[in-house]
Design a protein around this ligand. Structure first.
Ligand SMILES: Cc1ncc(COP(=O)(O)O)c(C=O)c1O
Length: 431
């Protein structure tokens, strides 16, 4: 039923001129026929508002396909018609069924069950539910790496002050040769008091971390909590296969939805014992603790913008048509395509390990004699969008400093090899 709505929507958007002339590409085809062929892959770019720009910073904040923007506008129009039939006066019930379908679509796409997925505003909120929701006691140890996201580090510092937990920070190698190299620092830090490990699936440095191997090696007694902000939409994800206990992600990065849409995956066995960030004890029910054992308790942060979250279904169906594995392969292909063109140049220093085992869409690097901000500005003059950022604790890159400044560049499904030829050419003029 919902899938039919989606196709109808695409057709309507097509009629409205929001899609390119190959509008029937998605209709009646079970698999997306773009696998590995550049000419067909490049058609995907036509679904996005590119405006003549080469957008290589969609993991910073992404861009949505045109038909999703049209759908968003129509949802908002439905809400603000200001007529007596306006959905606001009906308590927005028309979106309830869609939201239920959306939860199922997200769960099935990521290899989870629908009662293991909570919709939260972003990765940060998902992780905060876990940090402040697990029953940590004084003296419990939590292990993180030097590359962990700053808000996670900061929140754990707060938890240290609040509860007296111990945070141990391990250092990740910059040039791993195997998953073992990345898992070992965590494993070596384990003690009898260790309760949890935090890791990113994709670090801000571009490093792709072997979550599955980590979970396998530390076993069931230690929570593995994953920050997936930079992984969603770039890797072929399956939470059951990864085996991790908690995984939080944002749909407004690689997947390009408007900001404020994220999720928290939680293995079913942890739901009852994890406290939600926003208290949820239903005092109006006789049965104490009503709802405390369902995933929805993590969504009770006031009235819920369901008209917003239902867009996720449209986007996932678009990605599903292309194929998760095809997307990961394509992004790796594009990453190798542009890095191979510049990597032998002495002035270009890559921070990200470039092998496909340890990187995907995102690559961070420096250009000798130019600050990352200068690189960003120069490229923007050429209508190439990249970002610059600070990365924690990369002493090996800049021994005198705790933080390293780097260029942050990621490919996405809408980028073409022609755009990357142009990028490589422009980058080399800066060396
Ligand atoms: C590694 C990492 N984790 C978490 C986040 C937070 O994402 P959000 O702002 O969507 O919560 C970011 C944001 O850039 C990030 O780079």
């Amino acid at each position: 039923m919902y899938r039919r709505d989606f196709i109808e929507n695409i057709s309507k958007a097509t009629l409205a001129g929001a899609l390119p002339t190959n509008e029937l590409v998605f209709e009646g085809r079970e698999t997306f026929p773009f696998k590995g062929q550049n000419t067909l892959w490049s058609e995907i770019g036509e679904y996005f508002p590119m405006d003549g720009y080469t957008n290589l910073r969609s993991l910073w904040t992404g861009i949505s396909p045109n038909f999703v923007i049209e759908k968003y506008k129509s949802n908002i129009e439905k809400l603000f018609s200001n007529k007596p039939t306006d959905l606001r006066y009906k308590g927005q019930t028309d979106f309830d069924t869609q939201l239920k379908a959306t939860r199922e679509i997200v769960a099935s796409y990521f290899g989870a069950e629908s009662d293991e997925i909570a919709f939260v505003r972003n990765t940060t909120e998902g992780l905060m539910n876990v940090i402040f929701g697990l029953d940590f006691k004084r003296g419990d140890e939590i292990i993180i790496s030097n590359q962990e996201y700053s808000l996670v580090k900061g929140s754990l510092e707060q938890l240290k002050a609040q509860k007296g937990i111990v945070v141990k920070q391990v250092k990740l190698p910059l040039e791993p040769t195997s998953a073992h190299d990345l898992v070992e620092p965590f494993k070596n830090a384990l003690t009898e008091k260790t309760k949890a490990i935090f890791c990113c699936h994709v670090y801000l440095s571009g490093l792709v971390f072997p979550v599955k191997e980590l979970k396998k090696s530390v076993g069931e007694d230690i929570f593995v909590i994953v920050d997936g902000a930079l992984a969603i939409g770039t890797l072929d994800l399956n939470f059951t296969e990864l085996g991790c206990d908690f995984y939080a992600g944002s749909f407004h990065k690689a997947m390009g939805l408007p900001r404020g849409m994220g999720f928290l995956f939680m293995k079913k066995i942890h739901i009852e014992s994890t406290w939600p960030l926003f208290g949820h004890y239903n005092i109006f029910r006789r049965k104490p603790g009503y709802l405390l054992d369902t995933i929805k308790k993590f969504e009770h942060y006031g009235q819920f913008p369901d008209y917003h979250f239902v867009l996720i279904a449209d986007l996932i169906e678009f990605h599903e048509k292309i194929g998760k594995a095809e997307i990961e392969n394509r992004l790796k292909f594009l990453k190798n395509y542009w890095t191979n063109k510049v990597k032998d140049h002495d002035s270009v220093k890559f921070i990200t390990p470039l092998s496909d085992a340890f990187s995907s869409s995102l690559v961070t690097f420096q250009i000798k004699g130019k600050t990352p901000k200068e690189v960003e500005t120069k490229l923007e003059e050429e209508r190439i969008l990249v970002a610059s950022t600070m990365i924690d604790a990369l002493e090996a890159v800049e021994p005198s400093r705790y933080m390293a400044n780097v260029v942050f560049l990621n490919v996405n499904i809408f980028n073409s090899t022609q755009q990357l030829d142009y990028l490589a050419e422009r980058l080399l003029t800066l060396t």
